[in-house]
Design a protein around this ligand. Sequence first.
Ligand code: ZN
Length: 141
Amino acid sequence: MAEAQYQKPLPAISSLNKPFWDALKKHELRLQKCDGCGCVSYPPSPLCPQCWSRKSSWSRMSGRGRVNSWVVFHQSYYRGFDNELPYNVAEVELDEGPRLLTNLVGIANDQIYGGMPVEIVFEDVTSEVTLAKFRPVTSGS
Ligand SMILES: [Zn+2]
C-alpha cells in the first residue's frame, strides 16, 4: 500500500515505545517484562508499575487474548475511516495480562461479544508502521 493512500492517524513513535513498533514491523508482539518481578506491562514505561524496577526486557507475547470491551463507531472522525463505517474499536486483554486498544477484523460488529477469544493479526499500513489487530480464534488453529 502506498503511504500517500493511508489516511488514518499513525502512532507517535518515541524512544520509549520504539521497541514495541519495531517488533510489530517484524510481525511479533513484544511487551515489557520486568526483570525484577516478572510482570508484563503496557503501555511502555521507564518504571515497572508493580515494583518500580527500571530493568525490563521486551518479551514476546503469545498474541492471544480475549475481548474485554468494545465500541462501534458510526461516525467518522478521520477521512481514512469514511469507507469503513461502522467500525469497531476493542480493548483486548492479552493472556499475559495487559490490555491493548485495537480493531477486531474478520468478524461482523454485531457478532462481537465480551470474553471472545481472539488472536493477533499484523497489518502493514506503511513501510514504517505495522498495526496489531485481532481476529476471532478459529477452532483448530
Ligand atoms: Zn517489576
